[in-house]
Structure formats: structure tokens, C-alpha cells
Design a protein. Structure first.
Length: 208
């Protein structure tokens, strides 16, 4: 009998910010400050650097599927509750619900994004918000990549455990609205909007 397949782990070498955080976090900070949450869950916390960044202003905990990432996080930020866990798990049953859930550069790695979106929705308290980022894909950016011969580099086909879903505003909106989110607001970061490196969506869970 063939052994069950296990996807390659997304590995971390340290507990510092990734390069993408330089353009993601200013907008994340701004939208969270506007929302004014007391509690924040980091869904896909990686090495814990974002959770640590947020912990000075909010009560923060989180999970990530990367064993090496969570090990780095636990060593660097022992006062934070950061655990190994899947975005497909019933996390609300374990952790409860939160005023805001942050999930940065996660959804592009997932084989079952609809289950992820449902788990994300369950984690957000009624009236709260999800803040989700993912690499941006749109007509002009895709056209520029095609013309300049950068499609192979961008789509990272040879990256084990890399990006497997490529989201546009339309497809990400549909995913989150199917899960029950409303009042979606998009922000484009890293470059001019038409060529943005990533997009950040703030999605509201309707009040009870």
C-alpha cells in the first residue's frame, strides 16, 4: 500500500519578518487601528514575527502548519500562544472567536480554499473582520509579466510547497462572500495598484 502523501513543509530559518512584511504591515496596521479590535488571531502565523508585531496593541494568538516555523516562533516569542495547526482545523472550537483575524500570504498555498474560508469565518466574531493578503493577479500585471518573460519566475512551478492558487479581486471576493463575509474592501500594496505585489482585503462578518 502506498503511504499517504504529505506536502512539503514551508520551512523557516529564523523569526524575523519576511521581505513582504515591509509592504504588507503598514496597511495591516492601519486597517486594524481603524477597526479597533481587542483580540486578534494570526491564521498562518509562520515564524511568529507578525504576531509579535501586533502583540503590543492587541491580545494575539495563532497557528501555522509549519513545524519549523512554530518552533522558531516559540523560541523567539515564548510569551505568545502560537501553535502548530492547520487552516482546515475547527480552530474556533479550540481558540474561540476574535474581533479580527489576520491571514497574510496563506490562501495561495492551500488546496482547499473554501474550507479555509469557512474556518476563517468561524474564527471571526459577529461584527468583526478578517484581514487577508495574497499576491495580486490582474490583467495589466499578467500582461506585463508575459511581455517581459517573467511568468515562469512569478508562478514558481518548481517551488516545493509554494503557491498553487493565483487570486484576482473577483475570485477572492467570491471565495470570501461564499463563506458569509460582506463589505469587502481591497488595498493594493508593493507597487502601483495595477502592478501591485499583493492585495489586502478587509472582509466583515455581519453582526449577529
Amino acid at each position: 500500500m502506498t503511504a499517504a502523501y504529505q506536502a512539503p513543509e514551508y520551512r523557516y530559518q529564523g523569526a524575523e519578518h519576511a521581505h513582504a512584511h515591509a509592504y504588507l504591515l503598514p496597511t495591516v496596521d492601519r486597517v486594524l487601528a481603524e477597526a479597533g479590535p481587542r483580540t486578534v488571531f494570526d491564521l498562518g502565523c509562520g515564524n511568529g514575527s507578525v504576531a509579535d508585531h501586533l502583540s503590543g496593541r492587541y491580545q494575539v494568538c495563532g497557528v501555522d502548519a509549519s513545524i519549523s516555523g512554530v518552533a522558531q516562533a516559540n523560541r523567539a516569542y515564548p510569551d505568545l500562544r502560537l501553535e502548530v495547526g492547520s487552516a482546515y482545523d475547527d480552530l474556533a472550537a479550540t481558540f474561540g472567536r476574535f474581533d479580527a483575524v489576520v491571514s497574510l500570504e496563506v490562501v495561495e498555498h492551500l488546496l482547499d480554499p473554501r474550507l479555509y474560508a469557512r474556518r476563517l469565518f468561524d474564527l471571526v466574531a459577529p461584527g468583526g473582520a478578517a484581514v487577508v493578503s495574497t499576491p495580486y493577479h490582474g490583467y495589466w500585471k499578467n500582461l506585463v509579466m508575459a511581455v517581459t518573460g517573467k511568468m515562469d519566475n512569478h508562478f514558481t512551478a518548481l517551488w516545493d510547497g509554494g503557491h498553487i492558487k493565483f487570486w484576482s479581486v473577483r475570485t477572492l471576493s467570491r471565495l470570501l462572500e461564499e463563506a458569509g463575509f460582506r463589505q469587502l474592501r481591497f488595498y493594493f500594496v508593493g507597487r502601483i495598484p495595477q502592478l501591485a505585489k499583493s492585495m489586502i482585503v478587509v472582509a466583515q462578518r455581519p453582526p449577529a
